[in-house]
Design a protein around this ligand. Structure first.
Ligand code: SF4
Length: 252
């Protein structure tokens, strides 16, 4: 993490909450853990609207996970084609359901509710299609645990803002753990939801809307070729997260 990064993150957290108000419902995440696991797979490399549409089509076509598990891959891929990468996603969903059945004896992840966060995360990350981010989404949305999933929206925004360095590597577990440790547990759900919304509405992948962005004054705009003079003066010291919470030597 760069100098002042934790303070910048806390400032962004406050401003994003004031701007968006944590509209969790529009993200479409699911209360049942197996539903959420499949929803996460459907959300890969597509936008929110397409993901929600794909989810609706899938549930209309197959009212139960048993029906999905019995469906031929080609048929399943047709049902979820609106989200793109349908063949790959159909294969992964089929493998996920088979593994859930093998591990739990049925098509349910209800046993997660009896597990600690580390136990549940360990089980989830062993399932096909779920990374640390996916596992933490299941923990956050379905089990109401105080974890912080770093999705591609959060990663993109935090790199541009200067919270993460430009050399940060998404597929490194230490990065996910370090950011989670930096965000106070009670703020994790709020900040995660608002970063996802911000990444969909303003800090877009190819065309970030910096002039009308609510956090423009505290963002370094790293990698965008925009001058960032004087940023250190706008970090709010009263809400600074503790940098000491980030494990030393963590590569971000
Ligand atoms: S100022 Fe620009 S780069 Fe920074 S968060 Fe806002 S949209 Fe993204």
């Amino acid at each position: 993490m760069g100098r002042g990064a934790a303070g910048r993150l806390a400032t962004m957290d406050r401003i994003l909450e004031e701007t968006y108000g944590t509209p969790e419902k529009i993200l479409g995440n699911q209360e049942d853990p197996l539903d959420e696991a499949v929803y996460i797979i459907l959300s890969f490399q597509t936008n929110l609207a397409r993901c929600n549409l794909t989810w609706s089509r899938l549930r209309e076509t197959y009212p139960s996970w048993e029906r999905v598990a019995q469906a031929p891959t080609s048929e399943l891929s047709t049902a979820i084609r609106q989200g793109g990468l349908q063949l790959q996603k159909a294969l992964v969903i089929g493998r996920l359901l088979a593994e859930v059945r093998r591990v739990t004896g049925g098509l349910s992840l209800g046993l997660l509710s009896t597990m600690s966060d580390p136990e549940a995360e360990r089980l989830l990350t062993r399932l096909p299609g779920l990374s640390w981010k996916g596992a933490r989404c299941v923990l956050l949305y379905s089990l109401r645990r105080e974890v912080f999933p770093v999705d591609v929206n959060a990663f993109r925004i935090l790199r541009r803002a200067g919270v993460l360095s430009q050399s940060a590597v998404y597929r490194r577990r230490s990065l996910h753990d370090a950011i989670q440790a930096t965000v106070p547990p009670r703020r994790r759900r709020i900040l995660h939801v608002n970063l996802v919304v911000h990444g969909q509405r303003a800090c877009l992948p190819r065309a970030p809307q910096c002039p009308r962005c609510p956090v423009t004054s505290t963002c370094r705009k790293a990698g965008l070729g925009v001058k960032t003079r004087g940023l250190s003066q706008v970090v709010h010291p009263m809400v600074a997260y503790r940098l000491a919470d980030v494990p030393s030597g963590t590569a971000l």
